[in-house]
Design a protein around this ligand. Structure first.
Ligand code: ADP
Ligand code: GLC
Length: 477
């Protein structure tokens, strides 16, 4: 099948979170199964230096009046995946993140920036002759590409099956109605059953209502988002389309994330050479100037710092956990208040707490290899990838039982691979961390859990069959 996969970030070209990991790996896994997959993403500043030389380019015109949209054909050198980069200087060549400026504020023309990406994806899906490649399926991801489904609807184009994957319902890409006129979309779409959303218009809702199938990234999150608690105002819409909604768990790219071949960690190790994990632990403690006692556990965090991730709860319990001799190493960035609170904690416990604010891919690997347990106390978590990486590194996740965390981490039973708590409050988290510390000191039990953790297979290969079946059901209903 020919699949056009549209996303606003793709690893290793650009990444702010799990979407990039998925867009960087699912197409590769599908290509291995014989599908013909092509990506489309904006040519943000610096991207052209990371891809192979441009093979072909075409001018798609100037539909938004902000400059010509050029489509550049190339591939990702690391894995040969074909990608079309959408170039438009006024929209994408900026010295900041893909969505926000250097102060963390959303760009005020984001509706146009991602309308253009969506418009280009829809145009290619509709007019395959432009690039000599006719897609069978258009696969959209999150609000940034959700508008593509609205363009196809607006153009009353010949039917092409559209799949929309929700990676995070919290970001609904909604904008003020007075910006709608610049979108080049038919106002007929602005109904309650269309893309209107509480008096605004929403890219995510467009992606949901005009798609043939909607997926989300874990079975549990697929159920949770039908409830007001997790639905972020879209639960009613989602309940009305229950039959076309399915949860398919994300996978891991084990070429990137395996301790036995990871070139970014200090010492490679595997299930039979687990003692080498201690060498990574020692190196990580030394790198951060922390107390080097290997007989006490080290907790870690690798995360965007947002309300979603529940990291305010960790701050509440940390003083009493640190008193027991544990340590904490955090890598993250986001909310300024949380960043400052963690820096304050580091100041108060200089030999036990290390905090690095920023985004460092290499360090995230050393951290996963060197810590004993990874904290993910999320209020909601569509899938979560860091717990899956942790498992492979024999690092035990401590998670709240929600979304993809509930589907992948288990405290009870023979195949137990981590620690799980129910309620999003400090008491429940603290109790789970205390169970973690207790287990850490029962060396045999801890090592059993580590071995279980490392044996789980959350590869993309394990789920590509589900993707194939879904695509096929849409092409040949
Ligand atoms: P989300 O997409 O909600 O941020 P995921 O767990 O799905 O959560 O994916 C997060 C991805 O981003 C993982 O690959 C994780 O290692 C990475 N990551 C998060 N924060 C940082 C950071 N500060 N530095 C490096 N990598 C990070
Ligand atoms: C989102 C979610 C995360 C998920 C990722 C990839 O950013 O917050 O849970 O793993 O997308 O699907």
């Amino acid at each position: 099948m020919k699949i056009l996969f549209a996303a606003s970030e793709v690893y290793p070209l650009i990444k702010t979170g799990g979407l990039a990991d998925v867009a960087g790996a699912l197409p590769v896994a599908l290509r291995k199964k014989g599908h013909d997959v092509k990506l489309i993403m904006p040519a943000y500043q610096g991207i052209l230096e990371k891809v192979a030389p441009i093979q072909k380019s075409i001018n798609l015109g100037n539909p938004f009046g902000v400059g010509d949209l050029l489509l550049l054909e190339t591939h990702i050198p690391e894995n040969d995946t074909p990608i079309w980069l959408l170039q438009c200087q006024a929209l994408y060549e900026r010295d900041d993140g893909p969505y926000v400026d250097n102060n963390g504020i959303d760009f005020e023309d984001n509706h146009i920036r991602f309308a253009a990406l969506s418009w280009a994806a829809a145009t290619l899906a509709r007019h395959g002759h432009l690039m000599n490649w006719q897609a069978d399926i258009l696969h959209l991801n999150d609000w940034q590409t959700g508008f593509a489904a609205a363009y196809l609807e607006s153009w009353k184009a010949e039917h092409i099956p559209v799949v929309t994957t929700v990676h995070n319902l919290r970001y609904n890409g909604s904008f003020d109605m007075n910006q709608f006129s610049s979108m080049q979309l038919s106002p007929d779409l602005l109904t309650m059953h269309g893309m209107e959303f509480y008096g605004r218009f929403s890219g995510l809702k467009a992606g949901l209502v005009y798609a043939d199938a909607v997926t989300t990234v874990s079975p549990t999150y697929a159920k949770e988002i039908l409830t007001p608690e997790y639905g972020d105002g879209l639960d009613g819409v989602l309940r009305s389309m229950k039959d076309k909604l399915v949860g398919i768990l994300n996978g891991v790219d084990y070429d990137q994330w395996s301790p036995d071949k990871d070139t970014l960690i200090t010492h490679n190790y595997g299930i039979k050479t687990l003692s080498q994990k201690q060498t990574n632990k020692l190196a990580l403690l030394q790198e951060n100037g922390l107390s080097e006692d290997l007989n006490q556990p080290v907790f870690g965090i690798v995360s965007r710092l947002t309300e979603q991730k529940g990291l305010d709860l960790v701050l509440q319990v940390m003083p009493s956990i640190l008193e027991k001799g544990a340590r904490l190493i955090l890598l993250g960035s986001g909310d300024k208040y949380l960043e400052n609170q963690y820096l304050e904690l580091q100041k108060n416990y200089p030999t036990q707490v290390s905090v690095r604010i920023g985004y460092f891919e290499d360090y995230s690997h050393r951290l996963q290899a060197g810590i004993d347990a990874l904290l993910i106390p999320s209020r909601f978590e569509p899938c979560g990838l860091t717990q899956l990486y942790a498992l492979k590194y024999g690092t035990l996740p401590v998670v709240r039982q929600t979304g993809g965390l509930a589907d992948t981490v288990f405290e009870e039973g023979e195949k137990s691979n981590g620690f799980v708590f129910q309620s999003a409050n400090a008491e429940s988290l603290q109790a789970a961390m205390e169970r973690t510390i207790k287990c850490f000191h029962e060396t045999h039990n801890w090592q059993e859990k580590q071995k279980n953790a490392m044996s789980y297979d959350y590869s993309w290969e394990a789920v590509t069959e589900q993707w194939t079946q879904l695509y096929e059901s849409l092409i040949r209903p």
